[in-house]
Write a protein that binds this ligand. Structure first.
Ligand code: ADP
Ligand code: K
Ligand code: ZN
Length: 429
């Protein structure tokens, strides 16, 4: 039923395991230049329960940048076998180093994730994410092999070849970035194939924020089940939290990580079920342990037990990154609020783009929206009506009226990797 019995471990035993591993992690971390200083005054014996982790200082992305490249390594470079770097969506990249054992634990975690959403060794998995420094390539790849799936390292791009591989090899599992999935479904149809005839049944989607509405659209357009996959390079990469067949939140593997959710302003834990910033600690990484890492990702713990029987707590889909928040005319807005609104409208196609511009002294939001072909009609009045409807729906969600521009499907440029949702032109000349 589970890939690893630890997934359904009794909570009390699981917490005991966390305490034991946290202590080991602290002592190991002290071997790195950064933590030997950071933890100098801390007595490991002060950790008695998992919640004692709150006594430790946070580690931030800036710390990782300042310590670049080797400041967090606990052993000599000879012992490392792999380096990845975060894709740098929000600034200077950060380098992550893995020993062979770290790669093994990561592959096990990844295999566990894929098993939880129904992947089996009889499946064939096509990895459509970019390989290279991005962890979604090799991370998913090795996990898939560990599970025993026939694994196709297709990489990103080249839609025609992707479709051919899928058909020729009866691919049943895809790993695909959500913003690319919608585009891909259309390309399959344009190439003259019926979606119903495609052999796939499971999509592993993640790496970027997306809404429940976007998932629903992917499932409907592709005739597939899509499971949310969460991770970040600093915590190995994908494989940190993953949806099970219930599709109701992502189990965080608590034998490998301690997850906390804090109020980003005060640093205090939020109340159970409240949304806040996810803070993560590695428990099984030997070469580059990271303690209380502030992910800047916003989510909440989902209260209650999961029907699948796994005891590891679930986090809700990522509501956005703290860095994503836009402030316009004093209103705080997250891109996902806009996506949620757009993707729930039947007229809206796959892609959209938010542009922030300065008009005179005031800031304006422009939202470019791709409209499905059947709604992109000659009738001006119908188009204006649709434009107004979208603006009105957006206004009720974000409390200000953006300027909506309707575009033909497939006309907004598509990024190779993670989607670019917002372009801020406010400081352009
Ligand atoms: P970068 O920060 O440069 O994008 P990573 O490739 O390490 O570097 O990406 C990790 C980040 O991607 C996470 O912190 C999170 O913001 C985002 N992310 C990953 N998986 C998901 C997911 N399933 N849902 C929403 N966001 C995700
Ligand atoms: K196999
Ligand atoms: Zn579950």
């Amino acid at each position: 039923m589970y890939f690893d019995p630890v997934e359904a471990m009794d909570r009390a035993a699981l917490e005991e395991l966390q305490v034991e591993r946290l202590k080991k992690t602290i002592d190991n971390a002290r071997n790195s230049p950064f933590y030997s200083e950071q933890l100098a005054g801390f007595d490991t014996a002060d950790i008695k329960t998992a919640s004692d982790i709150a006594k430790l200082p946070f580690t931030t992305k800036d710390d990782l940048r300042n310590q670049y490249p080797h400041g967090l390594l606990t052993r000599s470079l000879d012992e490392f076998v792999r380096l990845h770097a975060s894709s740098g969506t929000t600034g200077t990249p950060v380098a992550v180093f893995y020993t062979q054992q770290d790669l093994n634990t990561w592959a096990d975690l990844m295999a566990r994730c894929m098993y939880a959403c129904g992947c089996r060794e009889s499946d064939t998995m096509q990895n459509m994410s970019g390989y290279g420094l991005f962890t979604g390539g090799l991370g998913i790849h090795y996990g898939s092999e560990r599970l025993g799936m026939l694994t196709i390292p297709a990489g990103a791009g080249n839609t025609k070849r992707q479709i051919k591989l899928i058909r020729d090899h009866n691919v049943s599992v895809l790993h695909i970035i959500p913003s690319f999935a919608l585009y891909f479904a259309q390309k399959v149809q344009e190439a003259g194939y019926e979606i119903e005839d495609m052999p796939w049944r499971i999509a592993l989607i993640g790496a970027e924020p997306h809404t429940e509405e976007a998932r629903a659209k992917i499932e409907e357009m592709m005739h597939i089940k899509a499971y949310n996959s969460y991770g970040l390079s600093e915590m190995n990469g994908p494989g940190v939290a993953f949806e099970c067949l219930q599709q109701n939140g992502m189990h965080v593997w608590e034998d490998a990580y301690i997850a906390e959710i804090i109020n980003p302003k005060t640093g205090e834990h939020v109340a159970e079920g409240e949304i806040g910033e996810l803070v993560m600690t590695t428990l099984t990484r030997e070469g580059m342990p990271i303690i209380r890492y502030r992910t800047r990702d916003l989510t909440r713990f989902i209260p209650g037990d999961c029907a699948c029987g796994r005891t590891h707590r679930r986090i809700d889909r990522i509501a956005g990154r703290a860095d994503d928040m836009m402030i316009l005319k004093g209103v705080n807005i997250y891109p996902m609020q806009i996506e949620q609104c757009l993707m729930s409208m039947p007229e809206v196609g796959q892609n959209y783009l938010i542009e922030l511009v300065r008009e005179g002294v005031s800031d304006q939001m422009k939202v470019k929206v791709e409209v499905k072909d059947e709604f992109f009609v000659e009738d001006m009045r119908a188009l204006q009506g649709l434009q107004k409807k979208i603006a009105k729906n957006l206004c009720s969600e974000i409390l200000l009226t953006p300027h909506v521009e309707l575009c033909q499907s497939d006309s907004i440029p598509k990024a190779e990797g993670k989607a670019v949702r917002v372009i801020d032109r406010r400081n352009e000349e």
